[in-house]
Design a protein around this ligand. Structure first.
Ligand code: ADP
Ligand code: MG
Length: 710
């Protein structure tokens, strides 16, 4: 931890590669530290200059007689490597390498980067970068702007970690306009050493950081470790919200497509899972990142989801109401006393019910009385104040009364001051007093919605875990014997047997090689039966016309047998057909899918969603990294769009949700216990009405030697 302090709060900084030429990075960064009013001691290092911006320059780091905490290196890779060696000799504690030309260009650059990491690792020096914009700490005792942005942001409680340097400068510019205050600001570039995980841990300890924003392209270390750290930060001892914008929502392709899970997961499913499990709020745009960070920076979250809106204009009040509802909030029903108070203060034309309309000619008094009344109402958990500039409007006066009330109330109050010029003084006053203020009512309502998301996350209930017993050995035996035969695809026979070892209910299923066998088996099993093609070339059997349900007698079975063979041959003339399986018809139920796809460095990614043959059409699925317990399983099930369908929709019986939760946890155990399972689809799992369990109707498992994946 002390080493990371050297990066953000050094007592002395040396700039290696400080330059006398304006416009060069080595010049500008040095100048930014100088002009930013850095509180420590600054040393320019340059063998060819006597001084840099009138400060005595040192030919080498080793010529500085006092200790140096932090070295900023702005030198080409080969020279940077030598500079790093000097840093070790000098005993510096932290290094920021700003220059590019390392791993991102490959070849020699990559080699040098690796050598630098090795050297620093041995010397226990932390490195930020290379290929980054630098670090900023605006705290009044430090005032370090070691970046190539000339702008030193205002001191505040939001920390920002960015993988893109260019975005950082834009963000700083934007932040200045919104009076945004930062605690720590860091561009991590290639992440040769310090990465998101280190910074999350560090910022969680940092008492000046109360909101963390991240711009992320990809995570170097993700998986369970990242989730655990994020979860502790977002809901542990000192909950700190984490907001992430992750680029590449659409670009990522699937890793493998032999299963529905593989086709649907992709890296986006993986990241969504990591964020969901860690309680991280994912946003889609930089503007949202700011909007929400602003709201969280006021450090109040609503106790519930009831909102009061106070507005001087009808239209924006309605827009806000609409967004409120889609953001998970509800308009509060104001108490009798509140309405009485409002009536006494407001003109007869005013609307005394939510959204409270104080009418276009409202001065700050009316706002003050109305906001005071609604915020004291016990049915209200948060408030949104909307102001549009009209003839009697006093933006600054209104801002002042809002600040006064907000200071006394534990409930979050956010504002929407519409417009730019007329309301600017009021907006500025609100910003200076850390009251979130937006230009549009929808942004304000959405931000409140996010605060409520945090409330729900923090107050989530925890159910006791299931006690499940599995036959791990029996499963291992099946897997071993398949791999021994060189069989990596497990269908309805071995696949179902494997699932049985982990408590899944399966249906009697047998192979018929000809019509007569089909009839004999069906008779034994009892009509009606289901018939399906068995061929290792046919992955999705229905696509080939290879599934027929509900054959009721001998003639139907015979007809179905030849039809299934014919369909399959038409679909794929090269398919090797093993025969047709005869299966009992499952009791009726809702079709869901349970799946898993394994990701390198991250682990097994579980999927749950609406199942059946249209999985990829509706894409109503959710992901989690295994292992999961009962609570995560329950949250997965509740989070798909079709959840109401499972929960008893329009008079339909409620399905056995607990059975789904149990099976998801069992699946998690199965894939953790057996790393040979590379991909898996249970589709459909038929979920019967409450108390009646669930039945596997189809399964597809792909095995791999354990070393080549996981
Ligand atoms: P595939 O996924 O390879 O196309 P499935 O075995 O999943 O084939 O069968 C397709 C559909 O047929 C299932 O989604 C389900 O609706 C129905 N089905 C399959 N097996 C049964 C069964 N034993 N009982 C009832 N319906 C079944
Ligand atoms: Mg299927």
């Amino acid at each position: 931890m002390e080493r990371m302090d050297a990066i953000f709060s050094p007592e002395s900084v040396a700039v290696l590669g400080a330059s006398t030429t304006p416009g060069k990075v080595g010049h500008d960064i040095f100048q930014n530290i100088l002009r930013g009013g850095y509180k420590g001691t600054l040393y320019p290092v340059n063998p060819r200059a006597k001084s840099i911006q009138c400060i005595k320059a040192y030919p080498s780091l080793l010529d500085i007689s006092d200790p140096v905490d932090l070295a900023i290196i702005i030198l080409p890779p080969a020279i940077a490597l030598e500079a790093v060696k000097d840093c070790v000799e000098k005993g510096v504690k932290g290094i920021v390498i700003v220059s590019a030309g390392f791993k991102e260009v490959g070849g020699e650059g990559l080699e040098i980067e690796n050598r630098i990491v090795d050297i620093c690792d041995k010397a226990v020096i932390r490195i930020v970068g290379p290929n980054c914009l630098g670090v900023i700490n605006p705290h009044r005792d430090i005032r370090l702007n070691a970046s190539f942005s000339a702008r030193m942001p205002r001191e505040g409680n939001i920390s920002f970690i960015s993988q893109s340097g260019a975005l950082c400068t834009a963000v700083l510019d934007f932040a200045a306009d919104r009076g945004f205050g930062f605690s720590k600001f860091i561009s991590i570039g290639n992440k040769a050493d310090v990465d998101e995980l280190d910074l999350l841990r560090y910022l969680h300890q940092d008492l000046h950081t109360e909101v963390i924003m991240i711009y992320m392209e990809e995570l170097k270390r993700a998986g369970q470790e990242f989730i655990d750290v994020a979860k502790e930060i977002t809901s542990g001892e000192r909950p700190t919200p984490i907001l992430v914008i992750k680029s590449g929502r659409t670009a990522a392709g699937a890793q493998a497509a032999a299963s529905h899970t593989g086709a649907l997961a992709g890296t986006e499913g993986l990241y969504d899972a990591i964020f969901d499990e860690g309680g991280i709020i994912r946003v889609d745009s930089v503007i949202e990142l700011f909007d929400y960070a602003n709201a969280f920076a006021c450090k109040k979250i609503p106790a519930g989801n009831k909102i009061a809106i106070v507005t001087n204009a009808g239209g924006p009040g309605i827009v806000a109401t609409d967004v409120t509802v889609t953001s998970g909030l509800e308009l509060a029903v104001l108490g009798e006393e509140t309405v009485e108070v409002l009536a006494s203060h407001l003109p007869p034309t005013a609307n005394l019910h939510n959204p409270v309309d104080v009418i276009g000619d409202a001065s700050q008094d009316r706002y003050e009385n109305a906001l005071n009344a609604v915020i004291r109402d016990e049915n209200v958990h948060c408030a949104l104040v909307i102001l549009t500039p009209q003839s009697m409007t006093n933006a600054i006066g209104t801002a002042e009364v809002i600040v006064k009330i907000a200071k006394k109330s534990p409930k979050p109050i956010v504002c929407c001051f519409m417009g730019v010029v007329d309301v600017s003084a009021g907006v500025k006053h609100l910003q200076e007093n850390n009251i979130p203020v937006y230009k549009f009512p929808e942004s304000a309502a959405r931000a409140l919605g996010k605060l409520y998301t945090a409330t729900k996350w923090l107050n989530r209930q925890r159910l006791a875990q299931f006690e499940l017993k599995h036959d791990k050995e029996c499963a291992a035996k099946i897997i071993k014997s398949c791999l021994k035969k060189g069989q990596t695809y497990l269908g309805e026979f071995e696949g179902l047997d494997l699932l049985k070892c982990y408590g899944f209910n399966t249906l009697p299923t047998r192979l018929a090689e000809n019509e007569n066998q089909a009839v004999a088996i069906s008779k034994e099993m009892g009509y009606p039966v289901v018939m399906k093609i068995v061929s290792s070339q046919i992955i999705h059997k229905s696509d080939a016309g290879g599934v027929m349900v509900g054959m009721k007698d001998e003639n139907e079975v015979k007809a179905a047998f030849s039809k299934i063979i014919e369909n399959t041959k038409n679909y794929n003339p090269d398919a090797v057909i093993d025969g047709v399986l005869i299966q009992e018809v499952a009791a009726s139920g809702r079709e869901v899918i349970l799946g898993m796809n394994r990701y390198k460095d991250h682990g097994p990614l579980l999927m749950f969603g609406l199942g059946g043959v249209f999985v990829e059409l509706f894409k109503d699925v959710v992901f989690r990294l295994a292992p999961i317990g009962r609570n995560n399983a329950r949250r997965m099930v509740r989070s798909i769009r079709s959840f109401p369908l499972l929960n008893g929709f329009r008079g339909k019986p409620k399905t056995d949700l607990e059975a789904i939760h149990k099976h998801l946890v069992s699946l998690s155990h199965l894939v953790i216990d057996h790393p040979e399972i590379k991909e898996l689809d249970i589709n459909p799992l038929l979920v019967h009405p409450e108390g009646k369990g669930a039945t596997v109707a189809d399964v597809r498992i792909i095995l791999d030697e354990p070393d080549s994946n996981s």
